[in-house]
Design a protein around this ligand. Structure first.
Ligand SMILES: Nc1nc2c(ncn2[C@@H]2O[C@H](COP(=O)(O)OP(=O)(O)OP(=O)(O)O)[C@@H](O)[C@H]2O)c(=O)[nH]1
Ligand SMILES: [Zn+2]
Length: 185
């Protein structure tokens, strides 16, 4: 639960800390704006992926399903700067599938909180396994971290790629090859 009042106080302190005048016109509403923005960009903390992934329907097929190029924005827990990019999800159903939008909703649940990219990737894969019980799931996340591009080492354009394999994807490398082929890689 986001404590609006606390966030506002903290933002005022932060602005003072960097030597700003918190009462100047452009900044007067900033603490409130940031608190409202945090409700949105950190709203995933209060959400449960199960709400989306437990709405399954029955299918005969056990062919791989891929939802690729799911755009997401998240926040790096070390620097509180954005990292953003694309998530690609594959799973092999075991009698049930979810609505396609639910895969993107799952990405949102875990992206809209303070994160590490590896953890984001793993949490999406674990949620798929827990709530849908597919034969296997594979999640790939490609992202640019602003803590790597606008500050510090300053490497614009560098991409971090993370993978999480679960179930049959851990034991059968041909499935991963098929995933990459279907992704056009
Ligand atoms: N593994 C991983 N590292 C991340 C992620 N986001 C940011 N980092 C890294 O976290 C590290 C934090 O390093 P520190 O040495 O504690 O902080 P710092 O002095 O600001 O480090 P520099 O970024 O190297 O200037 C940096 O190397 C970041 O690149 C992430 O999602 N996963
Ligand atoms: Zn960072």
């Amino acid at each position: 639960m986001i404590d609006h009042e606390k966030v506002e106080q903290a933002v005022r302190l932060l602005l003072e800390g960097i030597g700003e005048d918190v009462n100047r016109e452009g900044l007067i509403d900033t603490p409130d704006r940031i608190a409202r923005m945090y409700e949105e960009i950190y709203g995933g903390m209060e959400e449960d992926a199960g709400v989306h992934l437990m709405k399954t329907f029955t299918v005969e097929s056990s062919e791989m399903v891929i939802e690729k190029d799911i755009t997401f924005y998240s926040t790096c827990e070390h620097h509180l700067l954005p990292f953003y990019g694309k998530a690609h999800i594959a799973y092999i159903p075991d009698g049930k599938v979810v609505g396609l939008s639910k895969l993107a909703r799952t990405v949102e649940v875990f992206a809209r909180r303070l994160q590490l990219q590896e953890q984001l990737t793993g949490q999406i894969a674990d949620a798929l396994m827990e709530y849908m019980q597919p034969k296997g799931a594979l999640v790939m996340v490609e992202a640019e971290h602003m803590c790597m591009t606008m500050r510090g080492i300053k490497k614009p354009g560098s991409q971090t790629v993370t993978l999480a394999r679960r179930g049959v994807f851990e034991t059968d490398p041909t499935l991963e090859e098929r995933f990459f082929r279907m992704l056009g890689r």
